[in-house]
Structures are given as structure tokens and as C-alpha cells.
Design a protein around this ligand. Structure first.
Ligand code: ADP
Ligand code: ASP
Ligand code: MG
Length: 410
């Protein structure tokens, strides 16, 4: 078999853990598999590098930013290769560019456009274990790019797809994908399996355990994902195509996202073309708009609210200062202290009343809902950031998620 394994930052946080990962990789190799290993930067290295940038400038060049951030993973691959070597195994480390990972031009959140796996395949053919730096690639100008936070997941899945690996194992610091963040809710249950679609929603709605792009790739190329702990040998969660069990689950999981800011425009003239102008300036400013709500007309004017990530708030405010004048709106306000809580479940489509049940659970805890968005398999609400934990717990109880899953916890 060909196995791609990915180890996250906490799994390689110190020399002892790097040795533990080395032994786990060797175990897989000795079982007769070809092994490609993707690693993240050690512990909080990426955060530390970002803090370092802030001490130098608040306007770093995007190119140099990626040049710096990519160094974290380079440290890990070299150390892991040395550790594997120390046990007498053949191993080689490769940076993203050396592994043939090509991306588009966009620094900081580049997308993988192509993988040239020849070098990697040649090393595997020689019997080497190959250790690849996650989170990085190279663009058409031959400059290093990074893939956005959590991007090593995507490196692993993309390599698994390009190499037609039999499985892509994502090793992390929890036993698998849970009904909600197990660090926030101790009653959270590990799911034995989940479909790409539900996983994609959970990841996009704030469940950190996998980068959404990685799930998209896995779905597109049909890569079998196994999310599991690097600290024990328990079976984790299988992410795959349609999941039979899942159809019986009305709600499979709850996600929360604190990286949300809300902006409200007041008294916007009720005319065709206004929304298009507002969201055009936001698009031009590269603001990632998420939820949008337009209230009903009063005296020929509306209110329009939307949300975006915290990182984009500054750009959004600048854009709103400009556009309120152009369109003749009365003004705007913003709120950084909001969060999004979401319920996700493939069974929702065929079960009426799920949204009502969610709103009831929130109302019972006096949680005010500021915005609502729905799709076939999710309902999301914007609430006060300070009430997130309360809300997630209430929803976990209401939908009886402690009864799901098999849950052997680490
Ligand atoms: P890594 O460094 O291995 O990539 P991350 O910190 O990126 O690890 O992701 C793992 C974390 O995701 C867990 O420690 C957990 O707190 C968080 N998490 C959030 N939602 C979930 C969920 N539904 N299931 C499992 N983990 C979750
Ligand atoms: N080191 C990068 C980050 O912290 C990539 C990753 O861990 O997946 O976001
Ligand atoms: Mg991660």
C-alpha cells in the first residue's frame, strides 16, 4: 500500500514527540507500505513567526511573509528525517517546491494548481521514506507561497491524490472528528465516520480539525481520509463518500467560529443595483463576505448586514466609508464581538423542524440570534461571542449528540 501520513504541529512540538512520530512512520514502513509523511511546523511556531512580523512592520510584503512562514515546516522535515535516520531507515526530506507542489500566485492563501510527483516517486522507488514540508508550494514566478492556516492538511490530501495513495492519515491531538470541539465540550463524541459533505460544512464553519480545502480535494479525488491521534493507536474517524449511518443522524455535529465580525449599513436606498455596488467594493477589496441579511423596506430604505472574518474587517470598514457616501446610506456600524454557531447534518433535509429546535435551544438560554443562514445540511446563527460556549453546549444537549458515536477518548 501507499500511505500518506500527516502530523500536525502539536504532534511534532518537541524532540521527544518528533522521535515518537519517527517510530510511528517506521512502523508503517515496516508493515510493508510506501510512506510519504507531511509535517507541520513545531507547536506554535507559525504563530510565533507571525508575532515576529508584527514586531517588524504592520505592512509586510506578501512575498516575504510567505518566505518567513514557510521556514517553520522546513525545520520539522529536517528534524524528522534525522530522527528516522537515527533508527537506521532510509529517508529524505523535501520542501513543497522540491516535492513538485505548484500553486497560483496568491500569497498567504495560495491554492495548489498542480503537482509534479516525479521526484517523489523516484525517491519512493529507491525505498526511501519521503518527508514533505506541509503548507507550502511554489508559484509561476518560482517564489514560495503558503496555503493558508491549517494548510498542511491540504498538502497531505493533494499528495495522496496525485500519488493515488490508498489512504491519507491525518494525525492530530484528538482521537478523530467529534460531534463538536472536544476541548470545549467534554461530552463530545467521536464519530466513526462522516461524509465529505458534512465534513466540508463542519470544517468551513469553524471546526479546526481539517482545513476546508483539504476536504474539498479529498471529495474531488475520492481520497480516503482517516483522522486519528498521534498519541495512541485508537481507530479515528473515516471521512469518505456517502455515509449510510449519517443519513439517520439529523444533526451530526456543531461548529463554532469566533473569527467573525458583523457590519450593518443603515437606511440604504431601496433601488435596484445598490446591493451590487456594496458587494462589488467589498469584492474589490478582497473581503471574504459570508452571511448577508437585508431587512424589509421602511420608507423606501433598507438595512443591509453582513459578516466577514476579523482579518478583513479593516478593509471592509474602509470600503463602507467610501460606499455609504456613494449610495446615500445613512451610515454603518460594526461589531467584532460576535460568533457563529452552526448545526450540520445530512438528515436535516428530510426532517422538518430542525431549525426551530435550534432556535428554541438558544432561546432557552437567553441567547439572542442576530443573523441566520441555512443550506440543505446546515443552519448557522450569529450570536454574541461571549455566549458561544453556552450555545454550543445547549445545542449539543438539545440534539442529544452525547448519544452519537462510539467514543473511546484519549
Ligand atoms: P493539528 O496541529 O494537528 O493540525 P489543529 O489544532 O489544527 O491540529 O486541529 C485539531 C483541533 O481541532 C483539536 O485539538 C480540537 O480542539 C479542534 N476541533 C474543533 N472542532 C473539532 C471537532 N469537531 N472534532 C475534533 N476536533 C475539533
Ligand atoms: N503551520 C501551519 C499553520 O499553523 C500549517 C499547518 O499547521 O497546517 O497554520
Ligand atoms: Mg491543523
Amino acid at each position: 500500500m501507499l500511505v500518506v501520513q500527516k502530523y500536525g504541529g502539536s504532534s511534532v512540538a518537541d524532540p521527544e514527540r518528533i522521535h515518537r512520530v519517527a517510530r510511528r512512520v517506521i512502523e508503517c514502513k515496516e508493515a510493508g507500505n510506501d510512506v510519504v509523511v507531511v509535517v507541520s511546523a513545531m507547536g506554535d511556531t507559525t504563530d510565533d513567526l507571525i508575532d515576529l512580523v508584527k514586531k517588524i512592520t504592520d505592512k509586510p510584503s506578501d512575498r516575504e511573509y510567505d518566505m518567513l512562514l514557510s521556514t517553520g515546516e522546513q525545520v520539522s522535515i529536517a528534524l524528522l528525517a534525522m530522527a528516522i535516520h537515527s533508527y537506521g531507515h532510509q529517508v529524505i526530506s523535501l520542501t513543497g517546491p522540491q516535492a513538485g507542489i505548484k500553486t497560483n500566485e496568491v500569497y498567504n492563501k495560495a491554492k495548489i494548481t498542480n503537482i509534479r510527483p516525479q521526484r517523489l516517486q523516484a525517491e519512493l522507488a529507491k525505498g526511501q521514506i519521503v518527508v514533505v514540508a506541509g503548507f507550502q508550494g511554489i508559484n509561476e514566478n518560482d517564489d514560495i507561497t503558503t496555503l493558508g492556516r491549517g494548510g498542511s492538511d491540504t498538502t497531505a490530501v493533494a499528495l495522496a491524490a496525485a500519488l493515488k495513495a490508498d489512504v491519507c492519515e491525518i494525525f492530530t491531538d484528538v482521537d478523530g472528528v467529534y460531534t463538536t470541539d472536544p476541548r470545549m465540550v467534554p461530552q463530545a463524541q467521536k464519530l466513526d465516520s462522516i461524509s465529505y459533505d458534512e465534513m466540508l460544512e463542519l470544517a468551513s464553519l469553524g471546526a479546526l480539525v481539517l482545513q476546508p480545502r483539504a476536504v474539498e480535494f479529498a471529495k474531488h479525488y475520492n481520497v480516503l481520509l482517516h483522522v486519528r491521534s498521534s498519541f495512541n493507536h485508537n481507530e479515528g474517524t473515516i471521512v469518505k463518500g456517502v455515509d449510510q449511518v449519517e443519513k439517520e443522524r439529523v444533526v451530526s455535529g456543531i461548529a463554532h467560529d469566533l473569527n467573525v465580525a458583523k457590519i450593518a449599513l443603515f437606511d440604504v436606498p431601496d433601488q435596484p443595483g445598490i446591493a451590487s455596488k456594496v458587494f462589488k467594493v467589498l469584492a474589490d477589496a478582497n473581503v471574504n463576505v459570508d452571511m448577508i441579511v437585508q431587512s424589509t423596506m421602511r420608507n423606501d430604505s433598507n438595512d443591509i448586514s453582513f459578516t466577514c472574518p476579523h482579518d478583513d474587517l479593516k478593509k471592509a470598514i474602509e470600503a463602507m466609508e467610501e460606499i455609504t457616501k456613494t449610495i446615500g446610506a445613512k451610515g454603518f456600524s460594526y461589531d467584532e464581538e460576535v460568533a457563529k454557531v452552526s448545526i450540520v447534518g445530512a438528515g436535516m433535509v428530510s426532517n422538518p423542524g430542525v431549525a426551530a429546535k435550534m432556535f428554541e435551544a438558544l432561546a432557552d438560554e437567553d441567547v439572542n440570534i442576530e443573523m441566520i443562514a441555512t443550506s440543505e445540511i446546515k443552519v448557522s446563527c450569529i450570536i454574541k461571542a461571549s455566549q458561544v460556549k453556552l450555545a454550543v453546549l445547549a445545542l449539543h444537549n438539545k440534539f442529544e449528540l452525547e448519544k452519537l458515536g462510539s467514543s473511546v477518548k484519549s
